[in-house]
Design a protein around this ligand. Sequence first.
Ligand SMILES: Cc1cc2nc3c(=O)[nH]c(=O)nc-3n(C[C@H](O)[C@H](O)[C@H](O)COP(=O)(O)OP(=O)(O)OC[C@H]3O[C@@H](n4cnc5c(N)ncnc54)[C@H](O)[C@@H]3O)c2cc1C
Length: 374
Amino acid sequence: MIRRTESQKEELLRVRDFVSRLGFAASDRDGDGAITRRLYNEHAAEKYQAMLIPRDHGGRGDDYLTAGIICEELSYYGIGFMPALLTTVHCAELIKIAATEKQRDVYLDAIADGKKVFGFCLTEEAAGSDISGITCEARESDDSYIISGEKSVVINSAIADYFIVIASTNPAAGRAALNAFVVDASLPGVDCDNSRFDFGFNQSVIGSVRFRDVHIPKENILGENGSGYFLVMETFDKGRPLVAAACTGAARRALDITAAYTKGRSQFGKELFSFQGVSFRLADIATRIRAAKLLYRDALSRIDEGAEFSMEASMAKLYASETLRDAAEFGLEMLGYRGFSGDSELRKIFNDAQLLISIDGSSNVQRMVIASQL
Ligand SMILES: Cc1cc2nc3c(=O)[nH]c(=O)nc-3n(C[C@H](O)[C@H](O)[C@H](O)COP(=O)(O)OP(=O)(O)OC[C@H]3O[C@@H](n4cnc5c(N)ncnc54)[C@H](O)[C@@H]3O)c2cc1C
């Protein structure tokens, strides 16, 4: 059964009050990061970027399940900004897993006070689902690492103060030489091209980032030498149920828009909803949304309880993202030509659903994780 504690119910009311004051349209599109930064600051006033950062570092100290419930509700009202928020949440998770106490004091506190935004630099032209092909290099010199390479697709590219960069200290050694580094985005040699992506995630800014002989202090490495691959995997595992929660919230929105529309639109002398060909499809979608909710809550509860959660996290992400896509697709079918006009919220949700299927591991990557544990 889906039960909420009293404090989770209060949290939901606070989220609803927060989004009612936000004021953005799904059609607002970010080009240079101005909209994303404004929305980030507003979310940061509620510390949503610091949901999982402990209180002694200035965060909200929420448990994972509560964080998921918040993500679901925020996403019901708008999914286009969630990647910007979740990227910083994911980066904070990687820092929590790997950082020294001194690094935690610097970076977690900076995220929690809302001043610093993070971007995550993993994917490269030849290294997508298989990150062992990463060529971005971190050459060791006396007192620094020198980072060189290009990352193809980075959420928060234009607004990030810091990037977590996955680079290799020896590209010939494959994944064993991967490491995570914190790179100050204002250093000489860091360049962003923010204009490469214009499909979906309207209130997030996404671009490529190039590093040309960027000198960073040696102490900016996160975790033990050679731990980068495992850090990325653990961060993804913990992030996937939150992405699933966001997909669940957006799917609820798509269902509500479609149900309301089909109850108001008449053809052949009846409401569309009164045809079972329509209402049965909506019944199936409502059932899948409930299943998605149970899956992501199960995965997050397992993290809270210290149980194994990697397979459950992948199941939640696979199922919720594909449920969102199917809910939005059926909604578009029902709206007819109205679904394709410029300000159609459902079309935006549909676009975002395609992207959500790709990020944090595509559907097939989730199937690989699940199959590996059967
Ligand atoms: C909107 C958006 C935002 C993103 N943000 C970031 C970011 O902030 N930072 C970052 O580092 N990356 C980011 N990414 C990149 C994302 O993580 C990658 O797109 C993803 O890892 C897949 O890599 P790829 O696109 O190169 O696809 P590929 O790895 O080339 O895969 C292409 C297709 O082949 C399938 N496939 C691959 N291997 C197999 C296999 N063995 N078996 C079956 N099917 C397979 C995949 O499922 C996929 O459908 C973002 C992507 C998107 C779309």
